[in-house]
Design a protein around this ligand. Structure first.
Ligand code: SF4
Length: 278
């Protein structure tokens, strides 16, 4: 929205983008620009082409930016904070427009945003990034209903809800780390309430959590080790119980005695054999 040059008309900027990236003549670029403004819902596009950015509202300027981005028919649209500084009504219109265009033009959209409400509404696949690398990725359902990284959990906790009226907000405390001085361990450790010793010294590996869900957090390794240990203890308990149950039956008792006698006979036979050889 603020990327538009205030000293040039909307038409000039749209035509410049189109002629720079395609082989269209100026007239063809004009026609294409008008067509794109129509597509993104700008009324009276011919008139708008001759106006300057300050003559448009925030929502209208955002539509112009989308028209400019789509004019060259991209396969992927990268939208960096596309709804920042827009009021909620216009924000909803812009998001609806982007979804509509995505379906109509068959392109992919990469949204870069801090607004988890926008993410929930728009995204099928989510990548949560911290300190320049991704800490968790998965479907919208994975991230919102089963987060597996402490940063993601902190982000979700910090969203005010209607049920939290009157309660204190829960921000992620601390400040982002110096990207030129990354720590050897988990970059989120200085701000993480769940940080353990290992988090400070060793960066967590990216763990596969099933489907598309992946996360880099030692808590998942800990949970897996605990689950494996609990499963092994359960299996051992079941084995002992089965063994005790078997021994409690007459057949079990006879089997045990038979096994013992057979073992004794075998040992005796072996001893005799070795004695004979000597
Ligand atoms: S690896 Fe440790 S410090 Fe990093 S998010 Fe997980 S628990 Fe917190």
């Amino acid at each position: 929205m603020t990327s538009l040059n205030p000293t040039y008309t909307i038409g000039h900027q749209l035509i410049e983008a189109i002629t720079l990236h395609t082989n269209r003549t100026k007239q063809q670029a004009w026609d294409r620009a008008v067509e794109m403004l129509q597509l993104v819902g700008v009324n009276d596009p011919e008139k708008r082409m001759k106006q300057y950015p300050h003559e448009h509202s925030g929502g209208m300027r955002q539509r112009v930016m989308i028209a400019m981005a789509l004019a060259c028919e991209p396969d992927i649209l990268i939208a960096d904070e596309p709804t920042t500084a827009l009021d909620v009504t216009i924000q909803a219109q812009i998001l609806e427009l982007m979804q509509k265009l995505q379906k109509e033009l068959g392109m992919a959209i990469i949204m870069i945003t801090h607004d988890l409400g926008v993410v929930a509404q728009m995204c099928d696949e989510i990548v949560v990034m911290y300190a320049g690398s991704y800490c968790e990725r998965g479907t919208a359902e994975d991230i919102f209903y089963n987060p597996k990284h402490e940063y993601t959990k902190g982000l979700l906790r910090s969203i005010p809800t209607t049920g939290s009226r009157g309660q204190k907000l829960q921000p992620i405390t601390g400040t982002p780390i110096d990207l030129l001085n990354l720590p050897e361990g988990c970059p989120f450790a200085p701000r993480c309430d769940a940080a353990m010793k290992i988090c400070i010294h060793k960066a967590p590996e990216n763990m596969d959590l099933g489907g598309q869900h992946k996360a880099s957090c030692w808590m998942n390794v800990k949970a897996k080790m605990e689950a494996d240990l609990a499963a092994a203890q359960e299996a051992e308990k079941a084995r002992i119980a089965a063994e005790e149950a078997r021994r409690a039956t007459p057949k079990g008792i006879v089997d045990d005695i038979t096994r013992e006698v057979e073992a004794e006979l075998a040992a005796e036979a072996k001893a005799n054999e070795e004695g004979g050889e000597a």
